[in-house]
Design a protein around this ligand. Structure first.
Ligand code: CA
Length: 339
């Protein structure tokens, strides 16, 4: 805007200054990144990955500035709960999930029985994570993880994930040629991080490779994961409630990091206006979440509010976001009404 009023030569100088300063910072971060890679490779070898694999896989790793952008601008940070859930659980998504279920019914039903995980939950997770395999991500995962490890915000977490990924390649569990996924390093239909692949992914159809972009292995791996972390079949995730203003602040969880102050459902009776309408076991252990409080500017402290149970926390294990877990369980309920 300002540029149109400036003389041309001044504009040129102005643009040159901007260009040179941004180039300097790119070069600076590239050289810092390269020296980070050098140190990381030493660390990876020390933790037991073969030097050949470390050198081979890390040779193409580059710093991806856009990954930092995505990390700082996740919808979980700025979308209010209603918008977030509505966008991800619409009729179209249910329709798409039902079509997939119809096509893969035999496999999905078998996996539901074997791992004791509702098919509706599996469909919901796949729907939210990748829109049923449509958005698997095309990012080079090694570079994504390296960029996030180099970055200060969650360096320790992503460094560990990158080392696990190298181990998976080293042990020939994963082929380095297929390592394309999300900006945060997640992979396949259910967006597994390397640690999840290591601990829970299975070669369900026993063809000697784990194929997380195919139905059999990806559904069985997701079901195995949920089963191992303690998902309880036929127990709800959450119940929407209307809170009274007399509720002490300490019961209002707005952070997914650590759900605090759990009590039996009946304990919260005095704080819930619609308690008598709730169709849930009053002895179930529950906590209260108010996901917009402290996060969405100007939001009402008491709405929306939910009682959440142990299954809800299992979905948080999957992805530590209050809204993500609400969306998954909402979509699960939507499927329940249709299947
Ligand atoms: Ca397989």
């Amino acid at each position: 805007m300002l540029l149109t009023k400036m003389p041309k030569n001044i504009i040129c100088i102005y643009i040159l200054i901007i260009l040179s300063s941004s180039l300097t910072s790119v070069f600076a971060s590239n050289s810092e990144f390269n020296s980070w890679v050098k140190n990381f490779k030493i660390k990876a070898v020390k933790s037991g990955v073969s030097k050949i694999v470390v050198d081979d896989v890390m040779s193409d790793a580059i710093f991806l500035p856009k990954v930092i952008g995505y990390d700082r601008f996740q919808p979980e940070f700025y979308e209010d709960t209603y918008t977030y859930i509505k966008k991800r659980t619409n009729k179209n998504k249910v329709k798409k999930g039902l079509a997939l279920y119809k096509k893969e019914k035999l496999t999905i039903d078998k996996i539901e029985k074997e791992f004791l995980i509702e098919k509706e939950l599996l469909l919901a997770l796949m729907g939210i994570e990748t829109n049923f395999g449509k958005y698997l991500g095309k990012m080079d995962i090694v570079s994504s993880l390296a960029t996030l490890s180099f970055d200060k915000r969650r360096s320790e977490f992503f460094t560990k994930e990158l080392i696990i990924l190298l181990k998976l390649v080293d042990q020939q569990i994963i082929d380095k040629k297929i390592l394309f996924g999300s900006w945060a390093g997640a992979f396949g239909n259910f967006q597994f991080m390397p640690r999840t692949i290591l601990n829970y992914a299975i070669d369900y159809n026993k063809n000697t490779t784990i194929e997380l972009k195919k139905t059999e292995d990806s559904f069985a791996s997701a079901a195995n994961y949920l089963n191992k972390i303690g998902w309880k079949k036929n127990i709800p995730c959450f119940t929407k409630i209307k809170l009274s203003k007399n509720i002490p602040d300490k019961y209002l969880n707005s952070s997914a990091g650590n759900i605090k102050n759990k009590k039996k459902v009946k304990y919260f009776k005095k704080y819930i206006k619609n308690f008598n309408d709730l169709k849930i076991d009053h002895n179930l252990e529950a906590a209260i979440i108010t996901p917009d409080k402290d996060i969405i500017p100007g939001s009402n402290t008491y709405t929306p509010a939910y009682l959440v149970y142990s299954n809800y926390e299992k979905v948080l294990n999957w992805n530590r976001s209050l809204r993500f877990a609400l969306a998954v369980c909402t979509l699960k309920n939507n499927f329940k009404n249709e299947i």
